[in-house]
Design a protein around this ligand. Structure first.
Ligand code: SAM
Length: 75
């Protein structure tokens, strides 16, 4: 194995570029308990917000997303 990441396994998935949310869903399906996804384009951010609106875990994710989205623009 060229790169062995097993010593770094953790419950946090970080994604840059949410797009339509397939990466968020894949992370949830894979068992990550905390997902941080960062999206530049408001249209895709709002699309993800709607897609996961009934998932209580994703509400938390979207708060984080909004936080990072804001940070992204003020920097
Ligand atoms: C290829 S798509 C991501 C696909 C997604 N991760 C998935 O698994 O379905 C790229 C996304 O990154 C976003 N993006 C591009 N540059 C970005 C940046 N600098 N910061 C945050 N998001 C960015 C685009 O708006 C787009 O929604």
């Amino acid at each position: 194995m060229k790169h062995d990441f097993r010593p770094f396994l953790n419950p946090v998935f970080i994604e840059t570029g949410s797009y339509t949310g397939d990466g968020i869903q894949a992370a949830l399906n894979s068992g990550f308990t905390k997902v941080i996804s960062i999206e530049l384009v408001p249209h895709y951010y709002n699309l993800c917000k709607k897609r996961f609106q009934n998932n209580p875990m994703v509400n938390y994710i979207l708060e984080i997303l909004l936080k990072y989205y804001h940070i992204y623009f003020v920097k």
